[in-house]
Design a protein around this ligand. Structure first.
Ligand code: BTN
Length: 250
């Protein structure tokens, strides 16, 4: 972490232009940013840190990154009750993909339901957890990790932006860009559901056309549908997968 590369408030707050990210809560080190957003905070509250000691991933997994290398944050949201909360991972993933794509000038995809992919490797994961009528959406984006800092045994191959293009980046502007994209996409989703982000999401659908494994059966990815499910073709029959994780053949 260089002196200028920090997620401390003086680096991030001047770059935040919308209503999300306020208040901006920062801890140099914390267990998990998912734990920092109390139910009394308003929608848009954001917690970020430079190190997590007990970072959480989906499906009971952990999420680890050396201090000062990744973007680790959580956002508190209170979507209207009629919205389908599970779609928020796709809304957030699309925002991360758009911001990373703009920063790098490389195509970035969303792997249903919660991964962000660059060159067939996972660079970010999203964790949406509902509690007390609110949803905490956590984002972990691998930015400046070296190859040896990344888990080698993950089911999906993992990369950082640095291992992908050899450029070390300040994280604060990238965090601000993600929050800005997220706000835009979130507002569109609140107004129109997944249709509001579907152009961007559908065009970044990583599993579309790929050979994939569904419950031990081989199939071909068709698309993320407008209800947030993943449609798979298994032997000519189309099935919509509601939740879980889909392995792809590299
Ligand atoms: C996954 O791919 O399994 C989801 C990973 C989510 C990691 C982020 S890092 C910030 C926030 N705090 C956590 O403990 N987890 C999420």
């Amino acid at each position: 972490m260089t002196r200028d590369d920090s997620l401390a408030p003086e680096h991030v707050e001047p770059l935040l232009t919308g209503r999300l990210g306020r208040p901006y809560l920062y801890a140099e080190s914390c267990d998990s940013t998912q734990e920092l957003l109390g139910a009394d905070l308003p929608e848009g509250a954001l917690a970020a840190c430079d190190e997590q000691t007990e970072g959480r991933g989906r499906l009971g997994r952990s999420w680890a990154a050396p201090p000062g290398t990744a973007i680790l944050f959580s956002l508190l949201l209170r979507p209207p009750p009629e919205q389908v909360v599970s779609e928020l991972s796709l809304v957030a993933g699309t925002a991360v993909a758009e911001a990373v794509e703009e920063a790098m000038g490389l195509a970035v995809q969303v792997k249903w339901p919660n991964d962000v992919m660059l060159n067939r490797r996972k660079v970010a994961g999203i964790l949406a957890e509902a509690a007390d009528g609110a949803v905490v959406v956590g984002v972990g984006l691998n930015v400046n990790q070296e190859r040896g800092d990344l888990p080698a045994d993950a089911k999906t191959a993992v990369a950082s932006l640095y291992t992908s293009d050899g450029i070390k980046r300040d994280r604060a502007p990238l965090l601000a860009a993600i929050v800005s994209r997220f706000e835009h996409n979130y507002d569109a989703w609140v107004e129109r559901g997944l249709d509001g982000v579907y152009d961007s999401l559908g065009s970044r659908d990583f599993l579309r056309g790929r050979r994939i494994d569904v419950d031990g059966e081989s199939g071909v990815g068709v698309k993320i549908d407008r209800d947030g499910r993943f449609v798979v073709d298994v032997g000519g029959e189309q099935r919509a997968v509601e939740s879980g994780e889909i392995a792809f053949e590299r």
